[in-house]
Each structure stands twice: as structure tokens, then as C-alpha cells.
Design a protein around this ligand. Structure first.
Ligand SMILES: [Fe+2]
Length: 248
């Protein structure tokens, strides 16, 4: 193996990443008791404290809104946000908290977009996800509605959809249509398996990522990130022109 290939096969960086570089986490399930993330206020606080220790300045928490499983509404989410903010204030944790949602693409999402009933963050950004099982129908209708209603859609964890693993060019089509791409940092650690890791690395190497997020559901997710702080792909991600750091 030559010097160059040695260099490129290197898995770990010399320095651990400073997660503070990512500044804002815009995908997590920290609001207690309303989805498959934090179950209690105590768990929420534990995770928020950990994010703070890692150097994050702001968390945009995005509980699932999924018609069949998590019937969350903006009212439910914002009420929980207030509850958590109060508690964080009480403990003097200096971190900014916001909430939006991770919208599952089901029949109801198109209607919500049409009626402008979706929670946004940043500059009218909306986080949404597809089914892991099969590519959804009517994607073009959804994209059209996002567009005419002036939303900026962000597709969550693109690397995790198995039906795109053998079609890496599909993402360019989406990006041309104005979809922003979010990648889970956990995907780069192998946490979701080798196929997802491979796709995640492809996206980073080809500069196809607009946002990185934790998708944190429990404190173990943050521990895994810390344990993998030397992952060279965290450093590569940091070098991309990520929109995380520009969110307001
Ligand atoms: Fe998520």
C-alpha cells in the first residue's frame, strides 16, 4: 500500500472533533413524553446538559409528527417546549432552545403544508422524513406545495433510506428541486449499519450535505458521538459549508 492510499484509508483523525463547531443541532427528540425520544423531563434535562457540555449553543428539537403513531400538534409541542425551557432556566443551563417537528410524509402532510400549519425554524425551514420501508408516492406534489407556500424543505437523514442506497444520483435530482439534505452524525459511526455508513460517507465526500444533526433520542446517542470524536468524517463534515452554523 502506497503512502497516498495509506493516508486515505486512515479512519481516525489525530484530534477529536470539537462538536462546538456544529453550533446548532436541528434534529432531536428531546421533548419529554411525546414521541420515541425522551420519556421524562429528567431525561430531557440530562441530554440538554450533555449537548451543552459538548459545546452546542442552540438546540432545535424536532418531535415526530406521524399520523399513525405520534399525533403531535404545534400546540402540544410548544407547550412542552415551555415546560423544558422553564426547567433549563431553573438549573441555569446556558443553551438556547427552540422546537419545530420532524414531519413524516403521510397523507396528512400535504394538507398541513397547503394550510400553512407546519412548524418551521430558521428561514422557513421544515424538517421532513420518508418511510424507511419504501419510497413514498406523490413526492412531487409535496415538493410543489412546499415551493408555492415558500417553505424550505429539509429531508432528514437521507443516508438512511435503503431504497436510495443503490441510486446515489437520486439525491442530485432532489437538490436540483430545492430540497436541502440533512445527515445524521451517528450514521458516520456505523450506528445504523454499514450500508448507511457507506452512503453517509458518500454524501460527505461529494459535498451533498446541507445540515448535520444528532437525531438524538437518548443520551447513549450523544455518548456514541463522543466516543467517535476522532472519526475523520466528522472533521470532513465540519469543512463543508453547513447551514447549521448560519441558522438564527
Ligand atoms: Fe428524527
Amino acid at each position: 500500500m502506497g503512502i497516498l492510499s495509506n493516508l486515505f484509508s486512515k479512519k481516525n483523525a489525530k484530534q477529536p472533533i470539537d462538536f462546538a463547531h456544529f453550533k446548532i443541532d436541528m434534529h432531536s427528540h428531546l421533548l419529554p413524553g411525546i414521541d420515541d425520544g425522551a420519556k421524562t423531563l429528567e431525561q430531557s434535562l440530562g441530554m440538554i446538559l450533555k449537548f451543552h457540555e459538548m459545546g452546542y449553543q442552540k438546540l432545535i428539537m424536532t418531535p415526530h409528527i406521524m399520523e399513525d403513531y405520534y399525533k403531535n400538534t404545534p400546540e402540544i409541542i410548544l407547550e412542552k417546549l415551555n415546560e423544558v425551557r422553564e426547567e433549563v432556566k431553573k438549573y441555569g443551563i446556558n443553551i438556547e432552545l427552540e422546537a419545530a417537528a420532524e414531519y413524516y410524509f403521510d397523507e396528512t402532510l400535504i394538507e398541513k403544508v397547503k394550510n400553512k400549519e407546519v412548524l418551521t425554524f430558521g428561514n422557513n425551514h421544515v424538517l421532513f422524513e420518508f418511510s424507511f420501508g419504501q419510497e413514498p408516492q406523490r413526492i412531487s406534489t409535496l415538493l410543489f406545495e412546499f415551493k408555492i407556500n415558500n417553505y424550505r424543505p429539509i429531508l432528514a437523514h437521507y443516508e438512511r433510506y435503503p431504497y436510495y442506497h443503490n441510486n446515489p444520483e437520486k439525491i442530485r435530482e432532489y437538490r436540483d428541486q430545492g430540497i436541502l439534505i440533512q445527515l445524521n452524525l451517528l450514521s458516520l459511526t456505523g450506528h445504523y449499519g454499514p450500508q448507511v455508513e457507506k452512503m453517509a460517507k458518500y454524501l460527505i465526500d461529494n459535498q451533498l450535505v446541507d445540515f448535520v444533526g444528532s437525531d438524538c433520542h437518548r443520551i447513549e446517542h450523544l455518548q456514541i458521538l463522543e466516543e467517535n470524536a476522532n472519526n475523520i468524517y466528522f472533521h470532513k463534515a465540519k469543512e463543508l459549508n453547513l447551514l447549521n452554523v448560519h441558522l438564527r
